[in-house]
Design a protein around this ligand. Sequence first.
Ligand code: ATP
Ligand code: MG
Length: 429
Amino acid sequence: MHHISQVLNDDSVGELVSVRGWVYRIRTSGKISFIVLRDSTGLIQCVASSDSLSREEFEKLSSLTVESSVMLTGKVKKDSRAVTGYELEISSSLIYQRNQMFPITKDKGEEFLLDNRHLWLRSREFSSVLRIRATLFKSFRDYLDENEYYEVQGPMMVSTATEGGSTLFKVPFFEDVVSLTQSSQFYLETMIFSLEKVYTIAPSFRAEKSRTRRHLTEYWHAEGEAAWFSNEDMMKEEEKMIEYMVKQVLERNHDDLITLGRDISKLESVKAPFPRFKYSEIIKKSSEFGLSLKYGDDFGADEERAITMNFDRPIFVTHYPLELKAFYHRPDPDSPGEALCHDLLAPEGIGEIIGGGERIWELDVLEERMKNASLNPQDYYWYVDLRKYGSVPHSGFGLGLDRMAWWITKRDTIRDAIPFPRTVRRIRP
Ligand code: ATP
Ligand code: MG
């Protein structure tokens, strides 16, 4: 048994091989049928000829439908007219399933494809998206493993909010009600005291009610946290990590990027260092981006699109006003109204893919910020405790892997960069 990609070369010519997979396309003209077969590695044109096959065998093959599952055996021939340059002359076959008309045909609408996502995943395009996601998950892990981070796990059912109460999902928990986690950050912070540098890849849940191109209600969150790191140290880590991840996709997924029609030169320019701007600089320059922002305005998708349109690589925006950020961000001792934080905005209009920064590590500052945010330190007693026993400066980040996949694959919306999107209007399939 061979994978299709193993057969597409001159060494295979004249060999008798078997390949198995799904019918991608079939065209028949009375005496000869062309079956393009697909497996996870590629396509090959297979030819059934009534001259060399029994009538029964020929008819069986000629009546196959798209997505039927088969094993085909035959000799390999070079043929420049065939879709991938080689052809298999079928001498025998095994049909696993000849199916009904496959429901997905050209010109189906977005909702139809979402309802049939379980079938649409087989398309060439979606297979490429899945492969690119696999590279992103692997390269994130590889980068951090190589740089002395330990992979750890936090709980998904929690009793605290990290990003504010408005996007919490509540779930029944015996006699109580708990939340699904919005981020594993606080739990990662607990583990830097054992391991210094830690990361996790886990789902985060946010009850995002508006339908945007960049929000899901359940997404894959790749988070890291490092003891002794300043905001600047963390940014240096992230830019090397993002550069590495993009380079891995360019190396491993070149054909997938072509299938998706991605402009590869745009990804080739993703090289560290990434430009850094303070929030206040962006406000000052806002007219250059065609925006009229004033100090204190938050950036939404529209603003971030305008800002990032003109860059060839991601940019960091640092030092947001404290009021715009969650309570745990450390105020800059040199400029107390600003947070020692950063967002990493991806280019080409994509916007935020990472939020990160230095965490408050002084007990009194944390208590003060919690009071301002009307939070009860009792509810966060374990998080507060970290500032009582051997507290150290530390920083961290959260990267939205689906956001990143959306950027790299350049789909219309983030929903087309994850196999089973969960949004305010979609929980099936
Ligand atoms: P946004 O302003 O886009 O809502 P955020 O400021 O709420 O983002 P953070 O809380 O900093 O985001 O989360 C860290 C990262 O997680 C973000 O940079 C983004 O990549 C990703 N992320 C956040 N919310 C979502 C979501 N609803 N769907 C997909 N990814 C998300
Ligand atoms: Mg948000």
